[in-house]
Design a binder for this molecule. Structure first.
Ligand code: BGC
Length: 813
């Protein structure tokens, strides 16, 4: 048995394009299943062993974007309703046995050798193993697996077996398993986890089968069809088809001869009742699986699509000789591209915080799209637009939520699922104390501001005025209306206040001296709300006159409203203490935490909230944040913009304010969210290149090395992954789109070598940017698109298709 190890190899040639695992380490299997998961934006399948069923080591999971189901549980004496992204029937099952030996089950004892190589360039997972059964028969196994990037409903698994030291009968079992529950997250166990019922099993012709099922509450029909064919060696001597209540399968028996391969391939089609342009899922799956080509034919079209995607999204950089940063960045690009694609945009689905890779946060959609869309805007804008539409479709639900809470406009939920109602659970479990606790995180009203920010930055990056006119402006206006209404005027201080909310830092959900939930005057919320109010007013002026009138009529916009928004925007309150911006009103009165003591006692204190609660204490008492909160402002806005925003709000700031504020909160942040290191790397990029590089390395390690201690097995951190890529392609390059010009003002983190990437900008596909310590170049492909204005530091040039604009940094073009 090889030593279990995982490497994201990082030589600048092929190594950075593969994720390789040597050996089999049961303790790491959940992490590997997430990191090697394959998907296409429509569906994702975890990289579970095909011979394994869900247990404490393995967790097969297949999820379709946006497919949820509700279930009711009773915990701590309360009725709790949750909506889950549904784990669908497992299409992978494939195993074998020699003569009448036991079926291969993927245990450590059976696996003499084991290797997995995930090929990021082609989107193919390859597995090689030597399997020994209890009678000492050794069989070599090679498997290749794909989830088709061009045909979103297809997936395929090829298995080639070679008896190494035996001859006899070899039986291969291929099945579809519907005996599936949502049991991927240990701390949710004890909650309702059953979502599938109404099973029907069918055979299709000589070599295919179909399992139909339906989600229990949302009543979405799901069909999984599989065709199993011989891919190497002679035909089977016997075929036996079988069914159980929730499973269907077939056993193919071969005469196996020592040293001679027997190959079987399984081509799978998955459809659901949410798919457009089908008669019904079963008919569509039956047809697709019958018509699909064999593994090799599927592979050709699959690789072609991946090649296209990489052509648009390639990123190369060098973080120094001992870093696997480039390999991690490729892996993160790979997961973004296979979670959010044109196929997602064709559905009605949002950005699931943990990808479609596991069941953490139940596949819900949070504010994390704030970290994802800026990256997609400049590469796959159609995907961004599709994801924004997920929000637009739920605008009525957000209006209803605002109304129910007594406000005008739209109040988007902190956690969103199928229909846009608030999905944040009422209670959550602290695994450290075993206690179920009230969850107040739905008070993070800033999620609406993030949606507005994304609408505007999409419009800025793409110049897509049609989008702004059709949907974007309406979103902006309704979100602005909410801010204008939730803000209450305090005549004593002459300012508007937003009270009873939470900022991004989830350690603080109330004042230690009060029983009421929520905090007042969260700086991040208020400054961003002020920005949204202004942008909404501005967006209306950008619309063509007739469209402005139409929209005004439709949503009953009073002609005074924009002026009122601007009035509130000027007068929202920001608090200060000790010469820094206060995270919220009276933050300065909280106690200092003894960081040294906690670090010494607990080592990893990222989940300080759980530690304190288990001690009978609460983080609400301390100046201690889970993640960037005030500093999120410096993530979204440049220093100059921040000065302007605060000045507009009537706060004159001294030049040292942001430096002081950054240091203050850096010293008081536990980084309990993977988003935190991305934000801090960004915030420090210009002032502290060493510090920024350290956070960048940590952010790039977050999922590959699972630095949150076991969370990646439950799903990747999509926001942090995309945030890393955005940091590399916008943060360090200092790239922004302003006044119709593409501007770059690069700094590279300490120890980093050349940075090269592709992007799409205003009709130019594959714009190539190369940044070294000495120069920056922007190269346009030859083509029809009109020239663009590019500014690199102080040098501006109109660049035509086919041209390169290169500037020596600090020097002349
Ligand atoms: C973070 C949130 C984030 C959520 C989903 C939480 O741990 O605090 O900011 O939206 O995870 O990724």
């Amino acid at each position: 048995m090889d030593t279990p190890s995982s490497t994201a190899a990082s030589d600048r040639h092929d190594g950075a394009w593969v994720l390789r695992y040597e050996g089999f380490d049961p303790a790491q299997e959940g992490l590997r299943e997430s990191l090697c998961a394959l998907g296409n934006g429509y569906l994702t399948t975890r990289a579970a062993f095909p011979e394994a069923r869900a247990d404490d080591v393995h967790y097969p999971g297949t999820y379709v974007a946006g497919l949820y189901d509700r279930a009711v549980s009773h915990i701590a004496g309360r009725r709790v309703e949750n909506e889950d992204l549904v784990n669908l029937p497992n299409w992978l099952p494939m195993t074998f046995r020699a003569d009448d030996g036991a079926w291969f089950a993927g245990t450590v004892e059976e696996l003499v050798e084991h290797r997995i190589v995930l090929d990021l360039r082609r989107g193919v997972m390859q597995r090689q193993a030597r399997v020994r059964d209890s009678a000492g028969r050794v069989t070599q196994m090679t498997q290749r697996r794909l989830v088709h990037m061009a045909h979103p409903h297809l997936a395929a698994l090829e298995t080639v077996l070679v008896p190494e030291n035996w001859s006899g009968t070899l039986t291969v079992r291929s099945a579809i398993d519907g005996a599936i529950r949502n049991r991927g997250v240990r701390r949710y166990r004890g909650l309702a986890d059953e979502h599938l019922g109404g099973f029907r099993r069918h055979t299709i012709g000589d070599d295919a089968m179909l399992l139909e099922t339906e989600t229990l509450a949302s009543r979405v029909r799901v069909a999984v069809a599989a065709r199993t064919c011989v891919a190497a060696g002679g035909p089977p001597i016997a075929t036996d088809r079988w069914t159980e209540l929730r499973r269907i399968g077939e056993d193919l028996t071969f005469d196996a001869i020592e040293g001679e391969p027997v190959g079987v391939e399984k081509v799978v089609a998955i459809y659901t009742g949410r798919d457009p342009a089908i008669a019904d899922p079963a008919t569509a799956a039956r047809q697709a699986v019958t018509e699909a080509g064999d593994f090799d034919a599927l592979l050709v079209a699959h690789i072609r699509r991946w090649t296209e995607l990489w052509g648009r999204c390639r990123l190369d950089f060098d973080l120094g000789p001992h870093s696997d940063g480039e390999a991690s960045a490729r892996l993160y690009s790979f997961h973004i591209l296979q979670t959010l694609s044109a196929h997602t945009a064709a559905l009605d689905a949002g950005v699931p915080a943990r990808g479609l890779h596991g069941e953490a946060y139940r596949g819900h959609v949070f504010w994390d799209e704030l970290f994802v869309l800026p990256y997609l805007n400049l590469r796959l804008p159609d995907v961004s637009r599709g994801l924004l539409r997920y929000r637009y479709r739920r605008l009525d639900a957000a209006r209803a939520a605002a109304r129910a809470a007594g406000f005008r406009g739209a109040m988007f939920p902190w956690q969103s699922g199928s229909d846009g109602r608030e999905e944040t659970p009422a209670m959550h479990l602290n695994p450290r104390s075993g206690r179920w606790l009230e969850d107040h995180s739905h008070r993070q009203r800033h999620v609406g501001a993030a949606i507005a920010y994304n609408v505007w930055t999409y419009y800025q990056a793409t110049g897509d005025g049609a989008y702004l006119a059709a949907e974007g402006a309406e979103l902006l206006v309704e979100i602005a209306r909410f801010w204008a209404d939730i803000a209450t005027f305090d005549p004593v201080i002459g300012r508007y206040r937003i009270r009873g909310v939470m900022g991004p830092d989830e350690y603080h959900d109330g004042y230690p001296w009060s029983d009421a939930a929520g905090l007042d005057d969260n700086a991040y919320t208020n400054v961003l709300a002020s920005w949204v109010l202004r942008k909404a007013a501005h967006a209306l002026t950008v619309l063509p006159e007739y469209r402005r009138a139409e929209l005004g009529e439709r949503i009953g916009l009073h002609h005074n409203e924009p002026a009122h928004w601007e009035h509130v925007a000027r007068k929202l309150r920001v608090c200060f203490h000790d010469g820094v911006i206060s995270q919220f009103h009276r933050y300065g009165e909280l106690a200092e935490l003894d960081w040294e003591r906690y670090r010494k006692q607990y080592g990893d204190i990222r989940r300080l909230d759980r530690i304190l609660e288990a001690e009978g204490d609460t983080p609400n008492r301390y100046k201690a944040s889970k993640q960037a909160d005030v500093l999120m402002l410096a993530y979204l806005f440049s220093p100059a913009e921040l000065v302007e925003l605060l000045a507009y709000m009537g706060y004159e700031t001294d030049p040292g304010l942001w430096g002081r504020t950054t240091r203050y909160y850096l010293d008081r942040t536990a980084h309990g969210s993977t988003l935190s290191s991305v934000v801090h790397a960004w915030v420090l990029a210009r002032g502290d290149r060493g510090g920024s590089g350290r956070f960048l390395r940590e952010a790039l390690a977050s999922d590959v090395h699972d630095i949150q201690g076991g969370t990646t097995a439950e799903g990747i951190h999509l926001g942090a992954m995309a945030g890393c890529l955005d940091l590399l392609t916008r943060g360090y390059p200092g790239l922004e789109v302003r006044e119709d010009a593409l501007r770059l003002d690069p700094v590279l983190p300490e120890g980093a070598g050349p940075l090269e990437f592709r992007m799409r900008y205003r009709g130019h596909w594959g714009v190539h940017v190369r940044i070294t310590r000495r120069s920056t170049a922007v190269k346009l492909r030859p083509g029809q698109s009109t020239a663009i204005r590019v500014q690199i530091q102080d040098n501006e040039h109109t660049v035509h298709a086919g041209e390169t604009f290169r500037v020596l940094l600090g020097g002349k073009a």
